[in-house]
Design a protein around this ligand. Structure first.
Ligand code: GLN
Length: 487
């Protein structure tokens, strides 16, 4: 079935004219009709628009337009509801944006379109990307395609579930503290958070601007490299994007990892780590060794502070970023007798409880008298965390860890305990604080029930080539990425 193909498989068949983009798009739409009532990965999608884009792609293909400059020509790719796609709704899975329609394309979307992708659908997420389970959505919870009683991870839960359930060929998500890697791990797909500044954030609704990055969800590592190549590059509209050369990421996938040094942080293999997850990661490390990598024990001594530092910096930045949702220029306004009452009623009715909790926490840590004790100190510890990584990278080419401490948990299991929820990101958060790239790929399953387990590879700043190469070599020598949920 066409909806099950990877990007490289589909584009090869399109190039040989064996199938059309319309057929591939229709296959994804049929799959959505068949399973999304149960999975609920999508908040909405416009089938007619997707098919119109497919027809335009087929025209281009007929003219021989699928050359190197359009590596995604005819490929249906679904989008997290936090990225602007011109003339499509944008809600950030919140009630507050009302009937907002994006007036322009995010740079990442513009690049996908220029590469020929069929950009469709609005994928469910935790409201404003705050959460780890997609339970904090104003549009209902997304279910894990491997077990519908469990969460798909978050905040990009819809992006992971849509790819795992073959409702799209690939998808986009965003990662502030793990929101690409954690759901990718829990749903059994490949998720990549690039180096901070690799992909422009223009047109991404900001949660925590110094941590947010856009990245792909794909069915294999090659597709991840393809999508990264398409979306990377400096952008005058995002001053934090970096003018660093964009290599041919797919060319790095040569399978040869002999002599590469992989760091195993001793701080990551302790407490709270589920035995089945540990066993799968241990076996993956052995496999990498068999492929020729050299395993080196390393230390990231400030790991313990990462979650605390993250929840100060991320909430501080979110309290500032979300101030713009005031009911004046846009938003579902609730009127009041004066502007203050209007703000307060609009925000009171529009934001969900987790978003309110974070705005309040963030406002508190930034308030005078507390700023030095919390925010300034957190910034200093953030530097120590980054320095831990830079020091480790003097000795190793990349770092291997579990992506998550456990496989997917049950819906409702952690929703009343924010601290437990926050701890599910313990292995992913440091990467954002350090600004380095991180990738999660399947490395096995738990037994009963059968749930995916993820392996995380962390790279040097702008070291995406190395982690893609290692991930690809591992993937090609293991069967995990070929398994599908029995939906
Ligand atoms: N789960 C983390 C949080 O709730 C990370 C979210 C994200 O990466 N967007 O903040």
């Amino acid at each position: 079935m066409l909806n099950q193909l990877t990007i490289s498989e589909l584009t090869a068949r399109l190039a040989r004219r064996e199938v059309s983009a319309r057929e591939a798009t229709q296959a994804c739409l049929d799959r959505i009709a068949a399973v999304d009532g149960r999975v609920h990965a999508f908040i909405s999608h416009d089938a007619a628009d997707a098919l119109a884009q497919a027809d335009a792609a087929d025209k281009l293909i007929a003219q021989g337009g699928n050359g190197a400059s359009r590596p995604l020509l005819g490929v249906p790719i679904a989008i997290k509801d936090v990225l602007c796609v011109k003339n499509q709704p944008l809600n950030c899975a919140s009630k507050i944006l009302g009937k907002f329609i994006s007036p322009y394309d995010a740079t990442a979307i513009e690049k996908l379109k220029a590469a020929g992708a069929i950009v469709f659908g609005r994928l469910n997420m935790d409201e404003f990307a705050m959460g780890s389970s997609t339970e904090n959505s104003a549009f209902g919870t997304t279910k894990n395609p491997w077990d519908l009683s469990r969460i798909p991870g978050g905040s990009s839960g819809g992006s992971a579930a849509a790819v795992a359930a073959d409702e799209a060929i690939a998808s986009l998500g965003t990662d502030t503290g793990g929101s690409i890697r954690q759901p990718a791990a829990l749903c059994g797909c490949v998720g990549l958070k690039p180096t901070y500044g690799r992909i422009s954030r223009y047109g991404l609704v900001a949660f925590a601007s110094s941590l947010d990055q856009i990245g792909p969800f794909t069915k294999d590592v090659r597709d991840s490299a393809t999508m990264l190549g398409v979306m990377s590059g400096v952008d005058p509209r995002d001053s934090t994007s970096v003018p660093q050369r964009v290599p041919d990421y797919t060319a790095a996938l040569d399978g040869n990892i002999k002599g590469l040094k992989l760091g195993l942080p001793k701080e990551y293999m302790i407490g709270g780590l589920d035995p089945e997850v540990k066993a799968a990661v241990d076996a993956a490390v052995k496999q990498l060794e068999k492929l020729g990598a050299e395993i080196v024990e390393i230390s990231l001594p400030h790991t313990d502070h990462a979650v605390a530092v993250y929840y100060i910096i991320a909430t501080a930045e979110c309290s500032a970023n979300l101030a713009r949702f005031d009911g004046i220029r846009y938003c579902a306004r609730v009127d009041g007798a004066d502007p203050i009452e209007l703000y307060s009623k609009t925000r009171g009715a529009g934001f969900g409880p987790e978003v309110k909790r974070r705005i309040i926490l963030g406002t508190y840590v930034l308030s005078s008298g507390y700023y030095d004790a919390y925010y300034l100190r957190a910034q200093k510890v953030r530097t120590l965390i980054r320095n831990d990584f830079l020091k480790a990278y003097e000795k190793v080419d990349a770092i291997v860890t579990p992506t998550t401490p456990t496989a997917a948990f049950k819906i409702g299991e952690k929703s009343d305990d924010p601290l437990q929820m926050y701890l599910s990101d313990i292995f992913t958060i440091s990467c954002n604080l350090a600004g380095i790239p991180g990738l999660s790929l399947p490395c096995g399953f738990t037994k009963n029930p059968k749930l995916p387990i993820g392996l995380q590879l962390l790279g040097k700043p702008f070291g995406e080539e190395a982690i893609l190469k290692i991930a690809h070599a591992y993937e090609q020598s293991t069967p995990w990425h070929k398994e599908k949920p029995a939906l």
